[in-house]
Design a protein around this ligand. Sequence first.
Ligand code: SF4
Length: 197
Amino acid sequence: MEKIADGHAVDPFRVLVGTMLSAQTKDAVTLAASTRLFEVASSPSALAQLSVRRIERLIYPVSFYRHKAKHVRTTSRLLLSDHGGKVPTTMAELLTLPGVGRKTANLVLILAHQSASNICVDTHVHRISNRLGWVRTKTPDQTEDALYDVVPRRWWPHVNRFLVTWGQNVCKPVYPVCGRCAIENACPRLGVTRVGR
Ligand code: SF4
């Protein structure tokens, strides 16, 4: 999710909406959907005026497109009514927006507001951190908490980017390719029962 829409990765509103659309959706699908949406409405005021049905058509086929269409429209309206049309800069405020959890909020703080004080934990970061033995946790939120204690601070905003790429290509969810992994000899492979080739 480094690149939400071509050439517009640092517009906080685009980062927020693009990140909301990205949940459980492949990056290429998210990028295409957010590009279609932003061609029609690229600001909170423009998006707030679209019908949910129109947003659904623009963002399809992202997963849960009906929920996401409602959430991005309501979020746009809340940005206008409660935040002066701007994307909030604090975790507490971001979490009041519909469809925004810690993962999305952390990514928005890192990518849109250049925060160096956040770690964004998604399923890849959670899984790989546990396989490597950096943490022993059951949920992504627990992993986020634990990572602040074990990851050197300068790496906090970069953890997501590196481990997501790692998780998509090498340390895959079901069949991690341990035999081709550069850190195989240093990894305890905790919880790994089957490997791929
Ligand atoms: S050795 Fe296997 S489990 Fe460990 S990081 Fe590499 S791919 Fe993942």
